[in-house]
Unconditional design. Structure first.
Length: 126
């Protein structure tokens, strides 16, 4: 069973990897065969489809990069971490948080990503 930090690190490195074969190798470490990825703009099923999605992101956003900016907080096979997207000159363009679930082998079976901070509460005391 892989450690959470190892799997999340390989997952994050896959988002930075420019070569298709290297990206797929990293995802073989990080995500399970039945992997599901969801964010506000996409729903991806499977490791190969995620590798293609990342390649598409890199093509659509040349020079942009996504970096994991926190450790993975985890319990009961669930985890979350924060990330940021930077433009080609290193300026942050978007921040977010991913929530996930590990399978019984310690690989990621689910990632649900959220962009930006949560909206303010309508009932929060000021």
């Amino acid at each position: 069973m892989a450690a959470i930090d190892e799997v999340v690190s390989a997952y994050g490195a896959a988002w930075l990897e420019k070569e298709d074969a290297g990206r797929l190798r990293l995802l073989e470490i990080a995500v399970s065969d039945e992997f599901l990825y969801q964010d506000p703009t996409a729903e991806i099923v499977g490791r190969k489809a995620l590798a293609e999605h990342i390649a598409g992101f890199q093509k659509r956003m040349p020079g942009a990069a996504i970096h994991i900016t926190s450790g993975a907080d985890h319990h009961h096979n669930r985890f979350h971490f924060e990330w940021r997207m930077v433009d080609p000159v290193g300026q942050t363009t978007l921040e977010g948080r991913d929530f996930g679930e590990l399978d019984r082998n310690g690989q990621i079976r689910l990632i649900v990503g959220f962009f930006g901070p949560p909206p303010p509460s309508e009932t929060a005391d000021n």
